[in-house]
Design a protein. Structure first.
Length: 404
């Protein structure tokens, strides 16, 4: 993935989550590293098209540059790309024709923020959602839980547009947003604090995979592994789907767990059991967590390919996919990793927040945070170019979509 424009940007991503807690789209935030750079929208679309072809799922594009955003509207991106337009630009009469042309060509637009004045009537039908930040939402008065006067006034301009709540970072805020009528939420509802006294999650499927990982780590007999997997046929099916996915790149189809061990070996199989563990929860509120865990693992692995060996890349993958198991199990890592065998360097990153993998982990979390300052700071510590980092991000997102 060799595109010059990737060295001129910082990228961040987050999920779009519907009321059923399903991730229905990915939001890609795009920050120019220099406000004076002349960036070509077609170059950006070409780079992104390798990750998001027309049939590759819905992409919400949050371009944090007025000039690049103006040019992107004229570039007429594919209909699977939804462009976010700040409210102050949507209210500008000079945008009426470009917006109406995009809408007529089948493209969907997203209104970002509350307009301070009434929008031109011609553009109202161009917007599918209004994106309102959770902290700035004036829809409800905090003291009375009723619509405030300011909120009612602002609502008059967008009353016919469903709203999406942005800035969500925990399950409580996500549920509040949906109670208030949000059609979807934007963000990472994964930041709930783990209470060491809380009752661990009772999810038998998770325990089966933990047992399998321990058996693979000890290179147990194949019959023992098969007997363990038979306790949950749904997991066996999901594991076969993962191994046979395009992201895995095998030239032969794996048709049994025994066959998987013979083809993959214990070490490579452990990698996919780790992925299975990170996506096995049946709790709907864990779906965004699982979405994050898969992408963390794949991104840390991609970053490791730039400088590490095979063993390090494998460990970085496990570090990423295990990084949210404390949320899934409702246990701190210091307790959880007593039962799940992990390499020492992974343990250091997850429990002690130290070691050689900590900078990778910090970069991945910064890319989820959608703040250019944090991304730049983490990139500086990694001493990696943005061209390499952004290429790794897009490859990881592509691999994740192939798994799903």
């Amino acid at each position: 993935m060799d595109h010059t424009i990737l060295g001129q940007l910082a990228l961040a991503y987050s999920p779009v989550i519907d009321r059923n807690r399903n991730v229905t789209a990915t939001r890609l935030s795009i920050f120019p590293l220099s406000q004076n750079a002349a960036l070509q929208p077609n170059d950006l679309l070409e780079a992104i098209s390798e990750t998001w072809p027309a049939d590759g799922g819905q992409l919400w594009m949050n371009i944090v540059s007025e000039s690049l955003l103006r040019d992107m509207l004229d570039a007429q991106p594919g209909t699977h790309i939804l462009i976010e337009l700040p409210a102050f630009m949507a209210g500008d009469p000079s945008f009426v024709d470009p917006l109406c042309t995009l809408h007529a060509n089948g493209s969907t637009l997203l209104l970002k923020g509350r307009p301070l004045q009434e929008l031109p009537r011609e553009v109202l039908d161009c917007f599918k959602y209004a994106i309102i930040d959770f902290e700035d939402d004036r829809r409800y008065d905090p003291a009375t839980s009723t619509p405030s006067a300011a909120g009612a006034a602002g609502e008059g301009f967008i009353r016919n547009i469903a709203h999406v709540q942005a800035g969500i970072n925990n399950v409580t805020d996500m549920e509040t947003a949906f109670r208030r009528g949000a059609a979807a939420v934007l963000g990472w509802p994964i930041d709930n604090i783990i209470d060491e006294s809380a009752r661990p999650a009772d999810q038998p499927a998770l325990q089966v995979i933990v047992h399998l990982i321990d058996q693979v780590h000890k290179e147990a007999e194949i019959e023992d592994l098969e007997n363990t997997l038979k306790r949950d046929p749904a997991l066996a099916y999901k594991l076969m789907r993962y191994i046979n996915s395009p992201a895995f790149g095998l030239s032969v189809e794996i048709n049994s767990f025994r066959h998987a061990i013979m083809i993959l070996g214990y070490q490579r199989l452990k990698r996919w059991l780790a992925l299975l563990l990170a996506t096995a929860s049946k709790d709907p509120n864990m779906r965004p967590v699982m979405f994050a865990a898969v992408r963390r693992g794949l991104l840390m692995e991609e970053l490791g390919k730039l400088s590490g060996d095979d063993e390090q890349r494998s460990e970085l993958f496990i570090c990423g996919v295990f990084s949210l198991l404390d949320r899934m199990f409702r246990q701190p890592f210091s307790s959880l990793l007593k039962t799940i065998p992990v390499p020492e360097r992974v343990y250091q990153a997850l429990v002690d927040h130290s070691g050689p993998y900590e900078p990778y982990f910090n970069l991945v979390k910064a890319v989820e945070g959608s703040t250019m300052y944090d991304i730049k700071e983490a990139a500086d510590h990694m001493m990696m170019s943005f061209s390499d980092i952004n290429g790794a991000i897009l490859r990881a997102l592509q691999a994740a979509s192939q798994l799903e």
